[in-house]
Design a protein around this ligand. Structure first.
Ligand SMILES: Nc1ncnc2c1ncn2[C@@H]1O[C@H](COP(=O)(O)OP(=O)(O)OP(=O)(O)O)[C@@H](O)[C@H]1O
Ligand SMILES: [Mg+2]
Length: 231
């Protein structure tokens, strides 16, 4: 995925001020930065939920800048919003079934595989999603997107509202999905543990612009990451 000079915002309010970044096939890349710098806005613009006012978004070398969110999803782009957005009054299984609407024609969901990654969702298939813990809801939100068999997932602050010891589990889940299914991951985070456990590479965003990029080596030093989070 390639993002070139992307600008977007809300009504008259510009937020993204020309974002350039590239995520290679099979990579796990983080976008980090303080509250309100435009991380979620970037995710929404990539998904097409906010129009780009300038710039380009390319997925597998195809320009999708004018493509609708639903079509982007059908092209293999999965999106897990901040706060997860599971349907609280629907059961776990019903939530997962919603993900089927994004399957490409003629392709079936692979629940067996999904339940291998997230066994708790099988155990709780008939339970209402609103009664799950924060970590379980995050797993459900990820699993719901997986039902549609995406090639790339956009994950917005997966650690938010999750107990610190569960952060490791979620990071492991996502790494497994990346390694075993080859899913490319672009995620947004402020949580130092999630960043250092999950990211292979990282961009720092401030005031709608990319202001630094951190290599795998930089990510080995929590102090470096902490400093960039505090920019
Ligand atoms: N729906 C909206 N309408 C108008 N302005 C918005 C809207 N959502 C966000 N903003 C503004 O856009 C800017 C960027 O917000 P954004 O949600 O992208 O930040 P963020 O980096 O994701 O922050 P956080 O870490 O708190 O989630 C902020 O100034 C915010 O107030
Ligand atoms: Mg956000």
């Amino acid at each position: 995925m390639q993002i070139i000079g992307l600008r977007s915002g809300y009504g008259g309010k510009p937020v993204l001020q020309g974002i350039d970044l590239e995520v290679g096939k099979g990579e796990i890349v983080a976008v980090i930065g303080r509250n309100g710098v435009g991380k979620s806005t970037l995710m929404r613009a990539l998904m097409g939920l906010l129009p780009a006012t300038a710039g380009q978004i390319l997925i597998a070398d195809r320009d999708v800048t004018q493509v609708s969110p639903h079509k982007r999803a059908r092209m293999g782009l999965g999106y897990i919003p901040q706060g997860r957005d599971v349907f609280p009054r629907m059961t776990v299984a019903e939530n997962l079934a919603v993900g089927e609407t994004l399957l490409k024609r003629g392709i079936d969901p692979d629940y067996k595989r999904i339940y291998q990654y997230f066994p708790v969702l099988k155990e709780r298939a008939t339970q209402r999603a609103g009664t799950l813990s924060g970590g379980q809801q995050q797993q459900l939100a990820i699993a719901r997107v997986l039902v549609g068999r995406p090639d790339i997932i956009l994950l917005d602050e997966p650690s938010e509202g999750i107990q610190p010891n569960i952060v490791q589990d979620i990071a492991r889940n996502v790494r497994d999905l990346n390694r075993e299914l080859g899913i490319t991951v672009l995620f947004v985070e402020q949580n130092l543990d999630m960043i250092t456990l999950l990211a292979q590479r990282c961009f720092v965003i401030d005031k709608g612009q990319i202001v630094a990029s951190l290599s795998a080596e930089d990510l080995n030093d929590p102090e470096t990451v902490r400093r960039h989070l505090a920019l």
